[in-house]
Design a binder for this molecule. Structure first.
Ligand code: ADP
Ligand code: MG
Length: 379
């Protein structure tokens, strides 16, 4: 292999730079992506949009994929420079929908298998960390056949981490699990996201997984990148045709600042304001992510009084547009934060009727009161 200076990333730059083209008879992939060095990048798209093909191409499993793949300063592929590392020389972990564990080995031996393939077999420490991170120490002696679906996936992820990857690829890792098992695995994925300095490409077509786990979002459509950007920013734009209207809404990152034990409520402060949510036991000071759906937000032109809706704040109408259905209008609002710069404070979306929009005489630039009927805690 020729030695070469990195082509996409300058020295010290640690993100992922992916430029790939692949042509099949009835499908073509053509993407150019610059992605963050850590956290979860969700690859979102309909079935057949090329998510798995993209992951396989990054892994070097699609020989006909042309272009370049750089992970930090490592060049895994550069057709220009004649570089094409085989899969086993790309420091990656790959987790599939169905954990491909060795059924005849116990959990410990499955994990050891991963370790023996890694660059530094003596580093038992890496494996110990992975076992701790995924909370599977109590499963080590179990045979693989005795694991639940969720436990299998945790073992598969730990095995992938034991090879000390520079990049973790996860292809619909929860898709084969029932809803309860899914809920059981999600906190472990959140933990990976928050504790590892490792970029992860996470394929899903579930909005729930996207909103709960993602930091960055890439939307694929027919092998092309429709959108790539920080998840919260992308969701707060009004142009998200790849999300069902009833799922349209914003994410707010916040912090629990107060718990009202007598009413079982907790107050979460976000950039621009605060919201009361159900108290789920999150301690004061902990970071939480809230999801506010457009359909749960209504507007009034006066400070609300005598209402059962507990969450309201002032905001400025920043933009509005007709919605998919002619009776509805989508409105984008900038929260009038007391303590924050109004230009950078949070955004919420509201879906109201055209009739209400007209009868209240609403217009872009106007100040209104936002009432939030329901807030979901997503992580
Ligand atoms: P996704 O993971 O988003 O569902 P895929 O990457 O699996 O999409 O597939 C993208 C397109 O490529 C689809 O049209 C699919 O039918 C096609 N495809 C996938 N694998 C192969 C293959 N091995 N040979 C030919 N076509 C394939
Ligand atoms: Mg797929």
């Amino acid at each position: 292999m020729r030695s070469s200076t990195p082509l996409q990333n300058a020295p010290g730059v640690s993100g992922l730079a992916i430029q790939l083209q692949l042509v099949r008879e009835s499908f073509s992939l053509d993407v150019s992506l610059q992605l963050p060095a850590q956290g979860i990048t969700v690859l979102f798209g309909a079935s057949g949009s090329g998510k798995t093909t993209l992951l396989r191409s990054v892994a070097g499993l699609e020989p006909q994929a042309r272009g370049s793949v750089c992970v930090g300063e490592e060049v895994w592929q550069s057709d220009e420079a004649g570089i094409h590392l085989p899969t086993h020389r790309r420091a990656l972990g790959y987790v599939f929908q169905e954990a491909s564990l060795f059924e005849h080995l116990d959990v410990r031996r499955n994990l050891m298998f991963g370790l023996q393939r890694s660059a530094a077999p003596h580093e038992q420490r890496v494996l110990t960390d992975a076992i701790e991170l995924l909370g599977i120490a109590h499963l080590l002696q179990r045979s693989v056949g005795e694991l639940s679906g969720g436990e299998r996936q945790r073992v598969a992820i730990a095995r992938a981490l034991a090879t000390r990857p520079r990049l973790l690829l996860l292809d619909e890792p929860l898709a084969a699990l029932d809803p309860a098992r899914k809920q059981e695995v999600m906190p472990w994925l959140e933990r990976l996201r928050d504790e590892l300095q490792l970029p992860m490409l996470y394929v899903t077509h579930s909005v729930e997984e996207m909103t709960r786990l993602g930091d960055h979002l890439v939307v694929l459509e027919q092998g092309r990148v429709k959108r790539s950007g920080p998840l919260a920013d992308t969701l707060s734009s009004m142009d998200t045709p790849w999300v069902e209207p009833q799922e349209q809404g914003v994410l707010l990152d916040g912090r629990v600042v107060e718990r009202d034990q007598s009413w079982h409520l907790a107050r979460v402060e976000f950039n621009g304001g605060d919201l009361w949510i159900r108290d789920t036991g999150a301690t004061v000071g902990s970071q939480v992510r809230l999801r506010v759906l457009a359909r749960d937000v209504s507007l009034t032109t006066q400070a609300p009084a005598h209402t059962s809706i507990q969450n309201h704040f002032e905001a400025c109408i920043e933009a509005d547009q007709p919605d998919a259905h002619p009776s509805q209008r989508l409105v984008r609002l900038r929260v009038k934060g007391r303590k924050t710069n109004p230009e950078t404070s949070s955004v919420v979306l509201a879906r109201i009727t055209q009739r209400a929009w007209s009868q209240l005489g609403l217009a872009t630039g106007q100040s209104v009161w936002v009432q939030v009927k329901s807030v979901a805690l997503v992580g």
